[in-house]
Design a protein around this ligand. Structure first.
Ligand SMILES: Nc1ncnc2c1ncn2[C@@H]1O[C@H](COP(=O)(O)OP(=O)(O)OP(=O)(O)O)[C@@H](O)[C@H]1O
Length: 499
């Protein structure tokens, strides 16, 4: 056995994030770590990577007890981690990002050519070729992921922790990543894979450890289990499968006509986008990230200026209006990047919940504290948000629980129109069902929803109509009843619609 985490316990005040956890890793093994949001997966891996120290328990590497005071320590012991949020420098080249901190030198200067040659060499060696001279800002998310992995391999990692590595990748990129991981494991590298995607786990993992409420509920050989059994071990019950009702569409809520944004680069960011979302309808936008979806939602929500075109909300022209006034006229927004736009990390769960809800909870400038706490408590129980208390700072919530808080807050606005961008990113299978159910309920209550998701299964499950974006344009519209994943994937990759 290469690595053993023995009776690891980690407490934060009254919250026990890990309790007596046993976890082991063999050389060349892919060991998946699964569990509901807040089950303690990230905490356990932050301990292994030297970002946290355990309250009790020990780590054994090749049978010897080790302790890491920092990630640099863990790296010295050949343990590397790729985080959910990439940590690359966008204006640097791929090679510069990979060698940073251990740059090859020539005299007293940085040897760019040697860095590029080394990057090329390890890319080929590990079956993940890259162009060393390309700027990271010009790379797809899949390529950035590859760079992150090469970076830890360059640092000499034998154990690689991947925290939800496929969350932002396209289906093709996911396939490539899984092949690369398998190849690396065959070369003797060992992986811990944190993921909510049980199908992917079944494809690559040798063993799976399930955490619930900080405790291990089981470690099983992947060949002896299946996705349903795993989700039962995670959630402690069978999943509720939601069904869709017939759509009953009403008047137009959002109308976008001829919207264009030139952008600073040679290619326009958005070209002549026209679309509408009606009452009682979910319109899904599918596309590989970086094809204009982010700019489209930023334009609609008032975060980005447009060059041409008109945006109407409930028949009123809101083109160029401020974010505040668009929200007042009926927009709620689950943003794509929860950390940048969705929360104030230093504020508490209650304070974050209050954002956008103050008017309903104040009288003569005085906030109704118990009313606010009642509202947020109700979300906490309905969405299963795991938090120490309502006064816990948002930064201490696990990623998935933070996402649930934002979804609850925005749905509770009860606005006629909702932009739901990647609404289930990072949430566990149980919470995903809850969020899907709530979005469908809003649609059934005559809400209009524009859904942006990189998960085709999500687009197909929730949408009434599907629009496909490619290079800043809408290149196809499909009826969700008859659309297939293959059709959508083809359009997403720039292919033409057939039939
Ligand atoms: N620094 C901290 N202070 C207080 N509580 C914390 C801190 N870090 C984590 N926690 C709590 O520990 C628990 C476990 O969190 P962790 O991030 O490990 O969960 P997770 O399984 O990775 O969840 P997710 O799937 O949502 O990423 C959560 O209840 C979280 O709120």
């Amino acid at each position: 056995m290469l690595l053993q985490m023995d009776s690891i316990t980690k407490s934060y005040g009254s919250v026990t994030a890990n309790s007596q956890v046993q976890f082991s890793l063999n050389r060349g093994e892919i060991h998946a770590l699964v569990g509901e949001n807040g089950a303690g997966k990230t905490t356990l891996m932050r301990i292994l990577y030297g970002m946290e120290s355990p309250t009790s328990g020990e780590i054994l590497l090749d049978g010897k007890a080790v302790s890491f005071a920092s990630p640099a320590d863990a790296i010295k012991h050949r343990i590397g981690m790729v985080h959910q949020h990439f940590m690359l420098f966008p204006t640097f080249t791929i090679a510069e990002n990979i060698v940073i901190g251990r740059e090859p030198s020539k005299g007293i200067g940085f040897d760019r050519k040697a860095a590029a040659a080394e990057t090329e060499r390890i890319g080929k060696l590990y079956g993940m070729p890259v162009d060393p001279w390309k700027k990271v800002a010009d790379c797809s998310l899949g390529m950035q992921q590859r760079v992150e992995i090469l970076k830890v391999l360059y640092q000499g990692a034998e154990v690689i922790i991947l925290d939800e590595p496929t969350g932002v990748l396209t289906p093709l990129e996911v396939k490539e990543l899984l092949v690369a991981i398998k190849g690396l494991a065959a070369q003797g590298k060992s992986f811990v894979l944190i993921s909510h995607k049980l199908q992917e786990i079944m494809e690559v993992a040798d063993r799976v450890t399930v955490l619930r409420d900080g405790k291990v509920t089981g470690t099983v050989d992947a060949k002896d289990t299946n996705a349903e059994d795993l989700s039962r071990l995670m959630v402690g019950r069978d999943l509720i499968h939601i069904s869709r009702n017939e759509a009953s569409r009403g008047k137009k809520v959002l109308e976008v006509a001829g919207l264009s944004i030139k952008g600073a680069k040679t290619k326009p960011v958005l070209t002549n986008i026209s679309l509408h979302v009606d009452e009682g309808e979910i319109v899904g936008i599918a596309g590989i990230s970086g094809n204009g979806q982010s700019e489209l939602i930023q334009a609609i929500s008032g975060l980005m200026k447009t060059d041409h075109g008109v945006i109407k909300l409930l028949g009123q022209d809101v083109t160029g209006a401020s974010v505040g006034s668009i929200r007042e006229r009926g927009l709620a927004h689950i943003p794509e990047d929860r950390y940048q736009w969705g929360v104030a990390k230093d504020a508490t769960v209650t304070e974050n919940g209050l954002m956008g809800h103050t008017d309903r909870h104040q009288k003569l400038g005085i906030l109704n504290g118990s009313g606010i706490r009642g509202m947020v408590s109700e979300w906490v129980s309905r969405f299963g948000i795991k938090t120490g208390s309502l006064s816990t700072k948002a930064q201490f919530l696990s990623g998935g629980n933070l996402q649930k808080l934002i979804v609850a807050r925005e749905l509770a606005q009860h606005t006629p129109f909702l932009i739901a961008a990647e609404p289930t990113r990072g949430v566990d299978v149980g919470a995903m069902e809850i969020i899907h159910g709530e979005l469908l309920k809003k649609r059934d209550e005559k809400g209009a929803i524009l859904l942006i998701s990189s998960e085709l299964t999500e687009i197909l499950k929730l949408s009434d109509r599907i629009l496909i974006m490619y290079e800043g344009q809408i290149v196809g519209e499909l009826d969700a009843e008859s659309a297939t994943e293959e059709q959508i994937s083809l359009l997403m990759a720039g292919g033409k619609a057939v039939g």
